[in-house]
Design a protein around this ligand. Structure first.
Ligand SMILES: Nc1ncnc2c1ncn2[C@@H]1O[C@H](COP(=O)(O)OP(=O)(O)O)[C@@H](O)[C@H]1O
Ligand SMILES: [Mg+2]
Length: 336
């Protein structure tokens, strides 16, 4: 069931610049977590620190009883194989066709024969819906297909942890919806622990089991999706609901004068929008980390915003499928 990643009091500086300090969170094994935050708050630096491409200045990253920052280069090299990473631009080699791009980590890190490589590459390309695109160069396919090729390459070493850096950047809303469905389906099929950095509020609201928010050099909050979507903490509320009212300004923090002016202008926050139900795997099975809609709110005595979890009963359901939307298309196989 995947592996948990426990981050303890992690800090990263570049010279005098604080990227973030004192970050503590646990990515639960096999669950999907989303990391949000304004641009430049160090989300990409956080992912690179997790995989060991950057060293933190303080703190621990525990995986399988190993503290990553304390490992030697050689131990770290081995531990890195637990990770699959989808970088922002897909990071494909432009002169290699899709097949060779996806085969690359296998040829580099394993002693598999070419026929074994073929079997694995074919399987992963099928998982991401790219069968038939093997001979294409990255420049000859759409942005959405490049992301999926990058994802297939991230999958070939059967990672326990998959990190996605803005997988939806540059994609239109329809492609984003397909990609999100693919992510849910892969999580169901692979069992791995997922961390997704995104700016897409709809993704953040419907895809993850957990949400974290980096803001102003700190982790403002990390926890179950329902906790953040019902939170009235100003930064969390502003970000998850894409509001102008709140502590985050156009280019930097609003100062006290700005905030007082905002309070005077009487712009209202209003009611939180309803918490949507989570996106479900397209094969009709339940998510790995399935929780009853509203469970966290009930267990913690939090009244969810009116209209939350529409389309699902809030109580444990003997037949959990009867009121779920049916998805009939084999979504993961559709070409972009
Ligand atoms: N290798 C690096 N050396 C120095 N500064 C860096 C490096 N990588 C990122 N930064 C700085 O760290 C901050 C966070 O960057 P980043 O993680 O890319 O933000 P985000 O992904 O949240 O938009 C930025 O100010 C960026 O300029
Ligand atoms: Mg980034």
């Amino acid at each position: 069931m995947g592996v948990a990643v426990a981050v303890e009091d992690l800090s990263k500086y570049f010279g005098k610049q604080v990227v973030w300090e004192g970050v503590t969170l646990t990515l639960p094994a096999g669950e999907i977590s989303v990391l949000l935050g304004p641009s430049g708050t160090g989300k990409s630096v956080f992912l690179k620190t997790l995989v060991g491409l950057l060293r933190p200045d303080r703190g621990s990253i525990w995986i399988n009883d190993q503290d990553l920052p304390r490992l030697s280069e050689r131990e770290l090299y081995a531990t890195r194989r637990l990770f699959g990473v989808l970088f922002q631009d897909g990071a494909l080699f432009g002169s290699m066709n899709i097949y060779d791009n996806v085969a690359f980590p296998l040829r580099e890190h394993t002693k598999k024969s070419e026929s074994q490589v073929r079997e694995i590459v074919t399987e992963k390309l099928e998982m991401v819906g790219l069968t038939g695109a093997e001979k294409k160069l990255p420049g000859e396919i759409s942005g959405g297909m490049r992301k999926r090729a990058g994802l297939a390459r991230a999958l070939v070493l059967d990672p326990e942890i998959i990190l996605f850096d803005e997988p939806d950047s540059g994609l239109d809303p329809v492609r984003t919806a397909y990609l999100n469905q693919l992510i849910i389906d892969l999580n169901q099929q692979t069992d791995a622990t997922f961390l997704i950095v995104t700016h897409d509020i709809n993704t953040a609201r419907t895809v993850p089991d957990n949400i974290g928010l980096l803001h102003h050099g700190h982790l403002a909050m990390f926890g179950p999706r329902e906790m953040l979507l019902s939170s009235n903490e100003p930064v969390v509320r502003q970000f998850l609901n894409a509001q102008r009212v709140g502590p985050i300004g156009m280019s930097e923090e609003k100062d006290d004068a700005d905030l007082q002016e905002e309070a005077r202008s009487g712009e209202e926050l209003g009611q939180l929008p309803p918490i949507p139900i989570q996106l479900q795997p397209s094969d009709g099975r339940s998510r790995r980390a399935e929780r009853t809609p509203g469970q966290w709110c009930r267990e913690n005595g939090v009244e969810p915003p009116p209209g939350s979890f529409e389309g699902r009963r809030a109580d444990p359901d003997p037949d959990p499928w009867d009121d779920r939307p049916t998805i009939t298309l084999p979504v993961v196989r559709r070409p972009a």
